[in-house]
Write a protein that binds this ligand. Structure first.
Ligand code: CA
Ligand code: CA
Ligand code: CA
Ligand code: CA
Length: 421
């Protein structure tokens, strides 16, 4: 009975696979970092439990630390090895810009740094002058970048030289491992990837030119939807490499849809705002329910660079899904947009109150600024603050109201506003 129930639940909440990520390749710039030098040194050196500096969600699990090895990869759990295989069911949850038996000859190092400000911090892990393969191979420079909030993974290659006896893997894998649980990259002028056949024999640096950037975005499928915080500043989205998840009743074909989710607090109107880019004509869909959701509303009122908004009255304490795609077929030449969700302002209402008494000693007559009792008032909404015109104070026990006739009332953050009558 228990196992049947468990199967039902796990099917409904399918875990995010590494294969759910969208892969894309672009030309960029390699910027060497000057960070903390890792204690992962020499041949097969590792350092574990390094702070990411923020919470990073990888394949559906939140991590605050990572492990690094001189063998060209980071990993989140377990151990690592110099024998590279992205299809491994032993060595998993690893992010590998160049996994092979690399070698730190003493002129090499691994460094890391977390830069930027919340919620847009970036962890960069860098392998500098690392030898590929083992001690006689040419020296290589490359980085992994992990992005806060969007949970994007990037590999950036710097100056790479001719390797020796090389047979590397480039890609990512997840907690399950095996076929369907990795993305294995084969470098080329137009790189290819597979989620079922791992290429563990990359032997040349030919296509790993300086500035080459491989990007993995986690929200290609609903299961990896990026969490939006209601009222937070807009974040940048990217459909690079994304593929169609499902059909839609909204405009055009969602051939590169990406997913977001948010959870409401109070019931009421919520507005989703998506701003496209030069060649990005955003289409936005709001959905309810579990993945892949049921249509609630669509927006496609503008073209390239335009702003799309959906305002919808939503239920309290409910998770909604949003997906975004470009109107045209095929990858747009600009793949980014911004997205935010806001809750409409509502009038302030009284919710509850509690009394506190931090001082239980008697207050002698003539004492000043001694608290008798505190009243904590909880309100909801943010428009038209409540106007409090009076408090009624009742005394009990041996205290008579006349004993506190000179007490004052004070509110925070405002100050004293008069005597109690
Ligand atoms: Ca090694
Ligand atoms: Ca998709
Ligand atoms: Ca549009
Ligand atoms: Ca499209």
């Amino acid at each position: 009975m228990l196992s049947i129930l468990f199967l039902g639940v796990s099917t409904f909440l399918r875990a995010q696979s590494a294969a759910d990520y969208a892969f894309s390749s672009s030309a960029g710039t390699y910027s060497a970092i000057s960070g903390t030098t890792s204690t992962a040194t020499g041949d097969d050196g590792t350092e574990t439990g390094i702070s990411i500096g923020f919470t990073f969600t990888y394949c559906g699990t939140a991590y605050t630390t990572f492990n690094v090895t001189t063998n060209g990869h980071i990993y989140f759990v377990g151990s690592s090895t110099y024998t590279n295989d992205l299809a491994s069911t032993t060595y998993k949850l690893l992010i590998a810009p160049l996994w092979d038996d690399l070698y730190d000859d003493g002129s090499s190092d691994v460094q890391y740094i977390t830069a930027g400000t919340s919620p847009n911090r970036i962890l960069t892990v860098q392998w500098r002058n690392i030898r590929w393969n083992y001690s006689t191979g040419g020296q290589q420079n490359f980085q992994v970048k992990l992005y806060e909030t969007t949970n994007v993974v990037q590999f950036v290659y710097g100056t790479m030289s001719t390797p020796s006896l090389a047979s590397a893997s480039i890609g990512i894998n997840d907690a399950t491992g095996g076929s369907g649980h990795f993305i294995s990259i084969t470098p080329a002028s137009s790189p290819t990837f597979s989620t079922t056949t791992a290429n563990n024999s990359i032997s040349a640096s030919t296509y790993l030119t300086s500035g080459l950037t491989y990007t993995f975005i986690p929200n290609n499928n609903c299961v990896g939807a990026t969490t939006l915080t209601i009222g937070a500043a807009a974040i940048t989205g990217n459909v690079a490499g994304a593929t169609q998840s499902t059909t839609s009743t909204c405009a055009a074909t969602p051939d590169e849809d990406v997913w977001y989710k948010f959870t409401t607090s109070a019931a009421g109107n919520h507005t989703i705002t998506v701003v496209g880019s030069a060649s990005f004509d955003a289409v936005v869909e709001l959905l309810s329910g579990s993945c892949n959701g049921t249509n609630v509303a669509c927006a496609d009122a503008t073209a390239n660079s335009g702003t799309e908004t959906i305002t919808s009255s939503l239920a309290a304490a409910t998770t909604y899904l949003v997906r975004v795609w470009d109107y045209g077929m095929g990858q747009p030449s600009t793949t980014t947009f911004t997205i935010k969700v806001e809750a409409a302002a509502t009038n302030m209402t009284y919710a509850s109150s509690t009394t506190t008494q931090t001082n239980t000693n008697p207050i002698p007559q003539g004492t000043t600024n001694s608290e008798i009792i505190g009243i904590q008032i909880v309100t909801a909404g943010n428009l038209n603050p409540l106007s409090v015109t009076s408090f009624t104070v009742n005394a009990s026990g041996t205290t008579s109201v006349s004993d506190i006739s000179n007490a004052k009332i004070e509110s925070t953050p405002k100050s004293r506003t008069g005597n109690l009558g």
